[in-house]
Design a protein around this ligand. Structure first.
Ligand SMILES: [Zn+2]
Length: 319
């Protein structure tokens, strides 16, 4: 039986899994990231842990097709290098080469959002589809593209930055330095900003009571949960937020004509409350163009396993 090793490098920990061809997780292991540790040391420790776990399970290195790694930051997937990672302070770290050197197993590295897309396309909410777009709504707006049955990453694996598509010329300043990106309107960070602005204008809103009059307590749930209680200001905030998001989704519909768009990240907890509203707005806009097929809006369904499964799938056959 072919086996794969999937590695998900996150903000606070490194998660690893032995995975089968069918996407079954045989074993999970990992360790917390030590901030300030020499970057090469972290990867060597990862390699040593993989070696130990293989031995512990009575397996052989030859049982594994390869090691796949999903890593945040700027990744060169051709070279298997993490060019830059702000959180870890990594700079030009040859992750794939160091892992291969330590374990003797061939290794690949891709951007974590792209890897999550691959996981969902192979084993998750988009497994029955050939064309999918993943939109993760969190601190920023990330995502990935699965086109014609395979992951699309662009040159050096640095494409698919779907959060930085401009939806409003000269609009809100984005973290990337440009103005008017989707991320500046549809991230949870943006939703929190929009929620606070509306609360300032509407002291009568129930959102104030929801956060015990503490503006600092406003989060991505505030407007959504209060809108469910019928608060008009919250309903407006959510509707406007969804309209911004819809502009982005309609662009994805027109450019990629996917069968499905997956919503991931923190806001995917809103499930059908969010996806039904988006589906309706896309339908009202004819999915971007008259006479085009329906684009399904689903939430992701692999949760935290998308990273290790997608990373393992970097070595699997295309659909
Ligand atoms: Zn941007």
């Amino acid at each position: 039986m072919k086996k794969y090793i999937g590695i998900d490098i996150g903000g606070t920990s490194i998660k690893c899994a032995f995975v089968t061809e069918e996407g079954k997780i045989l074993k999970k292991f990992g360790f917390p990231i030590v901030k300030g540790e020499k970057q090469e040391t972290t990867i060597y420790r990862l390699g040593d842990l993989i070696n130990d776990e293989i031995k512990k399970e009575g397996l052989r290195k030859e049982d594994f097709v390869g090691i796949g790694v999903g890593c945040p930051g700027s990744i060169n997937n051709k070279l298997g290098v993490c060019c830059y990672n702000n959180n870890m302070g990594w700079l030009n770290l040859p992750v794939a080469d160091l892992l291969k050197e330590r374990t003797g197993i061939a290794s690949k590295v891709s951007n974590d959002a792209n890897v999550a897309m691959l996981g969902e396309a192979k084993f998750g909410a988009a497994k029955n589809y050939q064309n999918a777009v993943l939109v993760t709504l969190g601190t920023g707006v990330g995502g990935g593209l699965f086109l014609n049955g395979k992951l699309y990453e662009g040159n050096e694996g640095k494409g698919a930055e779907i959060g930085h598509m401009v939806i409003e010329m000269d609009g809100e300043l984005c973290t990337c330095g440009r103005k008017g990106c989707l991320e500046a309107y549809a991230s949870v960070t943006a939703l929190i900003r929009q929620t606070k602005e509306a609360m300032h204008k509407h002291p009568e809103s129930k959102m104030w009571a929801y956060v015990n009059n503490e503006l600092d307590a406003v989060n991505g749930k505030t407007a959504f949960e209060t809108s469910k209680m019928g608060d008009e200001t919250a309903i407006e905030v959510v509707d406007r937020y969804e309209n911004y998001l819809t502009v982005g989704l309609l662009n994805f519909c027109n450019i990629f004509r996917p069968e499905v768009i997956l919503i991931g990240g923190g806001l995917s907890n809103q499930k059908e409350y969010l996806t039904d509203a988006l589906q309706k707005k896309l339908e009202e806009n004819k999915y971007g163009f008259q006479g085009t097929p329906k684009v399904n809006i689903f939430v992701t369904n692999l949760g935290n396993d998308a990273g290790v499964l997608g990373a393992a799938a970097l070595w699997m056959e295309e659909k």
